[in-house]
Design a protein around this ligand. Structure first.
Ligand code: ZN
Ligand code: ZN
Ligand code: ZN
Length: 339
């Protein structure tokens, strides 16, 4: 905030003739009764409100802001420029003046200048003025700043004042913070879900590749040589091969409640649900699962969540096939072996 009337401070003195060579023809009345000689034409051309005052009764008064802010305002009216120093010291007052007197250009400059200068300490003041002066961009900037630094803002005098004097505004801000939090949570959950679908889609691709081309430890019987070197998605293939080998040899198996077998079974089932070439597919149980279990489940109206999962993985897989070359498909049907 600016200092109050300071007639001895030369930087806040205003002489209209420094900017316009003609004799001033009007007095601008400022707080504390000080009058500043000004030019009616300059004021009238800069602001429709001042124009109205000048033409109707030739009395122009600006009250409610410090004298120095009035001179900063006049400097803008005469030069169409606002120094960094004036913005720094009188930005809030200039916002009010530019709003009240409809000086659009200055208002835009204040919105930008105050946005850049808003801190946790002054943001509540800026926000309140932004609301009063109908500056939605500045208001939104302030709400975001408060949202991101709420702990610090909560401790300021400005926030305490707001709580006591404008509970509706407080409510509005708190609601925004809450919505922002739940938006963030929702986005995080969606990102995690999408990550899971992509992982499952990659597992599906690796499963087909292992059962068709073979990878380092598991390959179909009709593939003579197993791959010696890890493939491009080996981190997924490796775990999958361990799981397949376990599934083939586990004694407890599904009925015995083996969790690893259950996981493998789910992957087979998921594969079967999205497999597009079951007649030639070499993934174990693909056709059987498709025919017996899925059909039966569909008849029983199935599990909606499972269907959603299937369609999401299928679309994630479709997306990845647009960007990656499809692995070579083996036409022959054969059993698979594990080493
Ligand atoms: Zn592999
Ligand atoms: Zn098992
Ligand atoms: Zn299949």
């Amino acid at each position: 905030m600016g200092t109050l009337f300071s007639p001895n401070n030369p930087s806040t003195q205003f002489h209209a003739t420094d900017f316009f060579p003609h004799e001033p023809d009007l007095f601008l009345h400022t707080p504390r009764g000080k009058r500043i000689p000004v030019h009616a034409t300059i004021l009238a051309s800069a602001s429709p409100i001042l124009e109205n005052m000048v033409t109707s009764n030739r009395i122009v008064k600006i009250n409610g802001v410090p004298y120095d802010a009035v001179t900063a305002f006049l400097r803008f009216l005469y030069t169409s420029r606002c120094s960094e120093e004036d913005m720094e010291n009188y930005g809030l007052h200039l916002l009010v003046l530019s709003h009240v007197y409809s000086v659009i250009r200055l208002k835009q400059m204040c919105v930008v200048g105050l946005s850049q200068r808003a801190t946790t300490d002054n943001v509540v003041d800026v926000l309140q003025l932004a609301k009063l002066c109908d500056a939605p961009d500045l208001y939104l900037k302030c709400v975001k700043l408060i949202t991101n630094n709420f702990k610090a803002v909560e401790e300021t005098e400005g926030w305490k004042f707001l709580q006591n004097n404008d509970p509706w505004l407080e409510f509005d801000i708190l609601r925004f913070i809450n919505e922002h939090k739940s938006r963030k949570k929702r986005a995080k959950r969606q990102r995690e879900e999408q990550k899971l679908y992509v992982q499952l889609s990659e597992a599906m691709e690796c499963l087909e590749h292992i059962c068709t081309e073979g990878c380092t430890n598991v390959a179909p019987y009709d593939v003579k040589k197993q791959r010696k070197r890890p493939c491009s998605k080996f981190s997924t293939c490796e775990g999958l091969q361990v799981l397949i080998r376990h599934f083939a040899t586990c004694k407890r198996n599904l009925k015995g409640g083996c969790l690893r077998c259950k996981r493998m079974w789910q992957l087979f089932r998921l594969h079967s649900s999205i497999c597009l070439h079951q007649d030639s597919c070499k993934v174990p149980l693909c056709r059987q699962i498709q025919l017996k279990i899925i059909e039966k489940e569909n008849k029983e109206l199935g599990d909606a969540r499972w269907k959603v999962l299937v369609s999401k993985v299928a679309s994630a897989k479709a997306m990845s096939s647009l960007t990656l070359p499809k692995r070579k498909q083996d036409e022959e049907i054969g059993p698979y072996k594990t080493n």
